[in-house]
Design a protein around this ligand. Structure first.
Ligand code: URP
Ligand code: ZN
Ligand code: ZN
Length: 463
């Protein structure tokens, strides 16, 4: 299958220019002016952007959590991804007790087989840090193609600081990257006890129980471990201005601390928890939504480069049936997480680029090129000859009102209900195959279920 995209504006993180793009098979074969390569399909991209597909490096597909499962499986989750312009997903793979990392990877690959609709990779999450598991980091970096390792400083399956240090040392040897959910568990436990005694158990108190200082302290502690070991770390879903200050402080001293944030932390604030009819439960996620001050600080962090990636933390639980399953009378029992894989690009373009908070090129960097670099996706993240033809034909003027019924994620709500966005994909290509298109009212999936591939990622060579 070959496709010729005519007359679009090619946008990479480094700049933009008018050009035609020719794709044959899985990859981009030529970029130039007045290309006339014969092609199976010619796409008129006049007035449109040609963007590299977005990459979401933070998803929880079919993840067992808090007595239930995150609802999207690889089919529904990656159909939604394709419809949102996300052409590669790096999903968390939670190691179970007794498992090796390879067993965890094979288990999750089996879930994706025959279902996944765009390319994907996995980050093993280390939850049973036995010596043989720490020793497996070498193989994960060099053989399995999974050189990033998630750890949690909170939840029952958290690891201690000693494990963090061991992983930082081991990843430094082999070009890996530790990713950390940074919140101080003791602050949260203390706040939970205080709130319980006071009978404060509504969704709003989820935010009170996890104050900014819990993130600030954990980011600081993780940064100090990086300083100690001379390794690198990546803070997932950074939410607060205080957490960002700690990232900035470390980076200013040359400590390799990287961080991602998510649209919910850029655009929503803790007032959401006060919505009537228990609606606040829709936003129960960890870390919680903060204040407008933090929203603004995170935009500044994106502009200035202290934040390098925007991801979604896609972790969907139905409002009716899951959020209220055990948590109606106690915020601590509400499954933590919210959907977002499909709304990532539209929100970042509309709220970021259209509103002048970040440039179009910066958007491409934090959604695609920078993400590919961070996670060793060497064939993704750029419109360039030889790269995978993960391509978005993007109409910057197309209007869409976000509403659950027009989205594809397997969940009964979106936190962004009613938001009007400007800019939507006209068509999305994954390795040269069209996987979704705008039908005048909404995106529709037109790809092949099961065509996505596991992508082996490269370790970092810069140590
Ligand atoms: O609330 C969240 N973020 N749920 C998913 C698990 C995690 O901590 O990333
Ligand atoms: Zn997390
Ligand atoms: Zn997460």
């Amino acid at each position: 299958m070959s496709v010729l995209f005519k007359g679009g504006t090619v946008v990479n993180a480094s700049g933009r220019y008018l050009a035609d793009v020719f794709v044959d098979g899985d990859t981009i074969k030529a970029i130039g002016t007045d290309l006339d390569n014969p092609a199976d399909e010619t796409v008129d991209a006049n007035g449109k952007y040609i963007l590299p597909g977005a990459i979401d490096p933070h998803t929880h597909i079919s993840m067992p959590f808090m007595g239930t499962y995150a609802q999207d499986d690889y089919e529904s989750g990656t159909i939604a991804a394709a419809c949102g312009g996300v052409t590669c997903v790096v999903d968390f793979d939670l190691q179970q007790k007794g498992e090796t990392l390879l067993e965890a990877i094979e288990r999750k690959k089996a879930l994706a087989e025959g279902k996944v609709c765009v390319d994907y990779s996995l980050h093993p999450a280390v939850m049973d840090p036995r010596p043989d598991v720490i020793a497996e980091v070498k193989k994960a970096c060099r053989e399995y193609g999974t050189p990033s390792f998630k750890i949690f400083m909170v939840y029952d399956f958290r690891v201690d600081d000693a494990t963090m240090i061991q992983l930082l040392e081991e990843t430094k040897k082999y070009g890996g990257l530790v990713q950390v959910h940074a919140e101080n568990v003791y602050i949260i436990q203390h706040m939970n006890e205080v709130l319980e005694k006071e009978g404060k158990l509504e969704p709003y108190y989820h935010a009170v129980s996890r104050p900014n200082i819990a993130e600030e302290e954990a980011v600081y502690r993780a940064s100090k471990m990086v300083e100690l070991t001379g390794s690198r770390i990546y803070i997932v879903h950074l939410s607060s201005k205080e957490g960002l200050w700690k990232v900035k402080e470390a980076r200013n001293r040359g400590v390799d601390v990287y961080a991602e944030t998510c649209p919910q932390y850029l655009l929503l604030d803790e007032e959401r928890y006060k919505e009537p009819n228990w609606n606040g439960a829709k936003y129960v996620m960890s870390p919680p939504l903060r204040t407008k001050e933090s929203n603004d600080a995170l935009w500044e962090g994106l502009r200035g480069g202290d934040l390098q990636v925007v991801a979604t933390d896609h972790c969907p639980f139905d409002f009716n049936g899951k959020k209220d399953m055990n948590g109606k009378d106690d915020y601590k029992k509400i499954p933590n997480g919210a959907p977002g894989i499909e709304t990532l690009l539209m929100l970042l373009h509309s709220e970021g680029v259209v509103k002048g908070r970040i440039s179009l090129e910066r958007m491409v960097d934090v959604l695609s090129s920078g993400t590919a670099r961070m996670f060793g996706l060497k064939d993704k993240g750029e419109i360039a000859v030889g790269k995978d033809a993960d391509i978005l034909v993007f109409d910057p003027d197309c209007k869409f009102t976000i509403t659950q019924s027009k989205l594809h994620m397997n969940i009964d709500y979106t936190p962004f209900e009613g938001m009007e966005v400007t800019g939507m994909p006209s068509a999305v290509y994954s390795r040269g195959l069209k996987v979704s298109q705008w039908n005048g009212e909404q995106m529709e999936f037109v790809g092949e279920v099961g065509r996505g591939r596991f992508v082996k990622r490269e370790p970092f060579e810069g140590f």
